[in-house]
Design a protein around this ligand. Structure first.
Ligand code: DX5
Ligand code: ZN
Length: 218
C-alpha cells in the first residue's frame, strides 16, 4: 500500500549493538529497517555483508530493506536473499546487466529495487519498470550518512511517479531526509523515507525515546 513508511538506516546506529538498536527503533515506530551494504569500490566506504544481514534478521520484525551499494552485485544476490532480505535494491549504475540482476533478485524470492544516484536521470530505469517493486531515489551521493539533501533530485521523484503510472512500485528516498525535506519528497510522490542521522540523533539503546520523537517528526 501507498501509505507513508519510515525506514531508519542502521548505518547511523551503534554497530556494536545492531540487535538492540533494531528492537529499540522498531518499538519506537519504525516501519521498515534499511540496511546499507557498501563495498569500498562502488562507494568510498565499507560496511558489512550478507553474514551480518543474516545475523540481524531475527531481530527485525518488520521489513528488512537491503540497499546494495556494491559492484558487481550479481555474485552476491543469492547470499543476500538467503540472509532473509525482503527487498534487495541494486544500483542502475552498478553494472551493464541490471535487467538480469533484477530477474535474479525476484528469482531468489525477494522483492526487487533499483536505485538511482543523484546524477542519474529517471529515464535510466524506464525499461525496468515491470521488473521492480521499489525505486530508490538517492538524494545524496551514496557512501555516508549525515550528508545534505540535494534539492535538484525532487523533480526526479515526480517524474518517476508519473512514469510508474498504476504499477505497484514504491518510491523510496534515501539521503538527507529530515522534517524539513520530507514534505518535499512526499508531495512529489515518495512513500518510503529512509532516514539515518535524523532518526538516531539524540537517542541510544539505553534512552530510545528520542528515536520515536524523531520518527514522528519526519
Ligand atoms: C547513504 C545511505 C543512506 C544513509 C542515509 O549512502 O544509503 O541510507 O544511511 O543517512 P542520512 O539519513 O543520515 O542521510
Ligand atoms: Zn541506503
Amino acid at each position: 500500500d501507498r501509505s507513508l513508511k519510515i525506514a531508519p538506516s542502521i548505518l547511523s546506529a551503534d554497530f556494536a549493538n545492531f540487535g538492540q538498536e533494531i528492537q529499540a527503533v522498531e518499538a519506537q515506530g519504525a516501519d521498515w529497517i534499511h540496511v546499507d551494504v557498501m563495498d569500498g569500490h562502488f562507494v568510498p566506504n565499507i560496511t558489512f555483508g550478507p553474514d551480518t544481514c543474516k545475523a540481524i534478521r531475527p531481530h527485525i520484525k518488520t521489513v528488512m530493506d537491503v540497499h546494495l551499494m556494491i559492484a558487481p552485485a550479481d555474485p552476491y544476490i543469492e547470499a543476500f536473499a538467503a540472509s532473509g532480505a525482503d527487498y534487495i535494491t541494486v544500483h542502475v549504475e552498478a553494472g551493464a546487466h541490471t535487467h538480469r540482476t533484477l530477474q535474479a533478485i525476484r528469482g531468489a524470492g525477494a522483492k526487487a529495487g533499483i536505485a538511482l544516484n543523484p546524477g542519474t536521470p529517471a529515464s535510466a530505469v524506464a525499461s525496468l519498470l515491470d521488473m521492480v517493486d521499489l525505486i530508490c531515489v538517492m538524494t545524496v551521493n551514496p557512501g555516508f550518512g549525515g550528508q545534505k539533501f540535494i534539492h535538484s533530485c525532487v523533480e526526479k521523484v515526480a517524474e518517476l511517479r508519473s512514469m510508474i503510472g498504476d504499477r505497484p512500485i514504491h518510491i523510496e528516498i534515501d539521503g538527507g531526509v529530515t522534517p524539513e525535506t520530507a514534505p518535499l519528497v512526499r508531495a512529489a510522490g515518495a512513500d518510503v523515507l529512509v532516514a539515518g542521522s535524523a532518526v538516531f540523533k539524540g537517542g541510544s539503546v539505553a534512552d530510545p525515546a528520542p528515536y520515536g520523537e524523531n520518527i514522528r517528526a519526519i
